[in-house]
Ligand binder design. Sequence first.
Ligand code: F7E
Length: 361
Amino acid sequence: MTARRALISGITGQDGSYLAELLLARGYEVHGIVRRVALHDPENRLSRLLPIRDCLHLHPGSLESYASLHQVLAKVQPHECYHLAAQSFVSYSFDDEFSTLNTNINGTHYLLAAIKNLVPECRFYFSGSSEMFGKVEQVPQNEDTPFHHRSSYGISKVAGFHLTRNYREAYGLYACSGILFNHESPRRGHEFVSRKITSGVARILAGKADRLCLGNLDALRDWGHAREYVEAMWLMLQQPQPEDYVVATGETYSVRDFAQLSFALAGLDYRDFVVTDPELYRPAEVNVLTGDATKAIEKLGWTPKTGFSALVREMLEADCDSVGIDLSLSVPHSGQISHPWQLPLAGQLTGVDGVLQQPGF
Ligand code: F7E
């Protein structure tokens, strides 16, 4: 039997690399669209893929060029296409709305149009985002919650969501969107606050920095583990009918909680190192996000497994490791949080070991 072929846009990113691993493990022939420059700079631009590089088929292409995407689709003829690529940094979308909107909306549209024209049987996954809910109109947010985006990034994701639904309804494509809440891991880009914090703590421990500049510490997010969220993507494309799903943990913690726990795990008090910089505040903030993944849990059989404290610990350990520090050796009693504040923080469901207890959706 010939292997199923999957094509991933954004394969070099955090989610793309985890998804590629999952698909390889399931016997897929895995293809990825990458920028031409990445093929010439594999050490840096393909760093997350290095362990599996030889198992992948990478093709040059750009979200800005319909011709390049058409060419890749014509060549690969995938059975499943996972569209993860985007300008995904919300902060940057305030600096350049034009490129965010152009790249994200056109890229999604080009891929959908090429699939419709060349491989209409190909199943399509679009990475939607909790940023679509923005200034939330309902708590927690589910598939029926109205959108109220707060950035051009949010707008671009709403547009991609509607394009995906329209291609499903108008042309009969198996096309669906995951509405993914924040998902992190040791592979997260350094520009996002979670990784900025854990790598910042590691640098402080290593004596390479003496403070960490952050913006709004009071923003609340629903943070899960990226490796688990790509499983939900795959499950969405294995259903009898294409539908949209929220993917989230249902727990909410603040940026302050994230910093507090990261520093505490390193035996430090965040208040001695974190400096807030008004320049890092966003013109329009998304203050609080909490996802309700009941539909994914019930229909896909998906569950979030890694709780907040386990996630923070895994990221911090990896960043400490990369600067030559073994967190478990450097911090006395690191298995326990022996600081004035205690878990649970804003969320209430995490067990002592950081593993999510049965979510009460
Ligand atoms: O910010 C606050 C910031 O950039 C989280 C992307 O994957 O998830 C991500 O979007 C919060 C915001 O992620 C800093 O104001 C404070 O409230 O890590 P972030 P995000 O904007 O939530 C969604 C689901 C996506 O779809 C996106 O693609 O943290 N914050 N201080 C800061 N944020 C950053 N980046 N840097 C700071 O210094």
